[in-house]
Every structure is written in C-alpha cells, then in structure tokens.
Write a protein that binds this ligand. Structure first.
Ligand code: SAM
Length: 207
C-alpha cells in the first residue's frame, strides 16, 4: 500500500516513505484507530499514516500537519491517489502555529516528539490531547530511549536523515502526564524492526 501511495523512485523522501512500514509497526498504529474516526496527525511528514488509513478503508477523514515544506508537498501529491470521496487534507504548519480547528476522535503523534525541543515536549503533548473529543484516543509512538545501542542507532539515523540531534521523552513521562489528566491506557507495547526499537502507547481521554 505504501508503494502505491509513494510510487516515485527518484526522491529520497518518497523512497523512505515507501520503505517505512518495513522499519516500524505501522500496522499496529492503524489497528489502534477506531473505524471511521476523524484523525489529527501531528508532524504527519508526507502523510503516510493518514494515507494508509484511507487506503486500508479505516477512515476517510483527517487532517495532517507538518512543518516541512517538502513533506507537505509530497503529502498533497500522495493525496491524489487516495480513494475518491475522502476528506483528508494536509497543511504546512509548525506545532508553534495555530493548529487546525475542531476536535478529533483520534490524535496521532508518530515519531515526532523526539524532534521537539525538550522544554516544549510536555506543552505539545498537552496541546495534542486538547484536540481530542471526550473519550477520544491519543495514538503515540516514538523511538525507544533504550536499549542504549538501539537508541544511539536511531539518533545517528536522525542526525544523517533529518540533521537533528534528537531528545527522547521517556514513555513513562507521557503515560504519567496523561494519567494525571484522567486518561486510561488502552494499549502499550514495544516492537523491534531491524535495529530500530519502537514504543507505542494508546490512551483514551476521559468521557
Ligand atoms: C520522523 S518524521 C515522522 C513523520 C510521520 N509522523 C511518519 O511517521 O511518517 C518527524 C516529522 O516531524 C516533523 N516535525 C518536526 N518538528 C516539527 C514541528 N515543530 N512542527 C511540526 N512538525 C514537526 C518533521 O518535519 C518530520 O516530518
């Protein structure tokens, strides 16, 4: 499905999106989205998650935003390959800009938090869950901060690909912050793909 959404063979960003399902458990993230949910995907990159949700028939409604001009341009061209009648759109915005209006059934933060400066991370998390309707779901995934060698391998990956010295936010901090706000854990797991270690957390807002 990713290959059908990103068929171009010449751009690095398109190739990376085509290959991404091989290095991350995106199928688990897709399964965590309630069918028909309206989804806000924060730091959506080239729109892989919303694109796969739509292609898989999980939902046809969502907004993705990302600060990268190239990623949003690719997302908008990928959008033309989605099933007709979808209501998925992509906007170029930073988390520091005003966010898309409205509330959502699900909000996703996938491999974004480690790119946010440490001092801003909890604020972004709070803003993300502020976009959920009562009873809505936060779908959170990030690279694991341990074991050390895998965390270091991912740090190297981001240094080369994104030219970013990343800052891990421990998953316990995410879980604890949301638990204090009355959220409950629906699912929590880690998964290894090649030398990448992933952590996934799905939490439900109070009704
Ligand atoms: C590893 S990529 C993940 C993209 C996408 N979520 C996915 O899983 O395919 C991290 C993304 O976060 C975006 N990002 C980093 N800082 C951001 C910010 N301040 N506001 C919005 N997006 C940001 C980057 O542009 C990049 O596309």
């Amino acid at each position: 499905m990713a290959a059908a959404l990103f068929p171009g063979k010449t751009s690095l960003i398109e190739s990376l999106n085509r290959l991404r399902p091989r290095i991350m458990p995106i199928e688990d993230l897709i399964a965590a989205v309630p069918a028909g949910a309206r989804v806000l995907d924060i730091g959506c990159g080239a729109g892989l998650f919303l694109g796969l949700l739509a292609a898989a028939g999980r939902t046809q409604d969502g907004v993705g935003f990302d600060t990268s001009k190239d990623a949003i341009a690719l997302a908008q061209s990928m959008q033309t390959r989605l099933p007709t009648g979808h209501r998925i759109r992509f906007e170029r915005l930073s988390v520091d800009d005003p966010w898309p209006e409205g509330t959502f059934d699900a909000v996703s933060l996938i491999d974004v938090m480690h790119h946010i400066p440490r001092k801003a991370q909890i604020g972004v998390l709070e803003m993300a869950v502020g976009k959920l309707r009562p009873g809505g779901r936060l779908i959170y995934k990030d690279m694991a901060d341990r074991p050390f060698l895998m965390a270091a391998a991912n740090r190297l990956h981001d240094l080369v690909i994104a030219r970013d010295w990343i800052e891990y936010l421990p998953l316990e901090t995410v879980r604890g912050t949301l638990a204090e706000m009355g959220f409950t854990v629906i699912e929590e797991r880690s998964a290894r793909r090649l030398w990448y270690m992933h952590e996934m957390l799905v939490m439900e807002a109070p009704a």
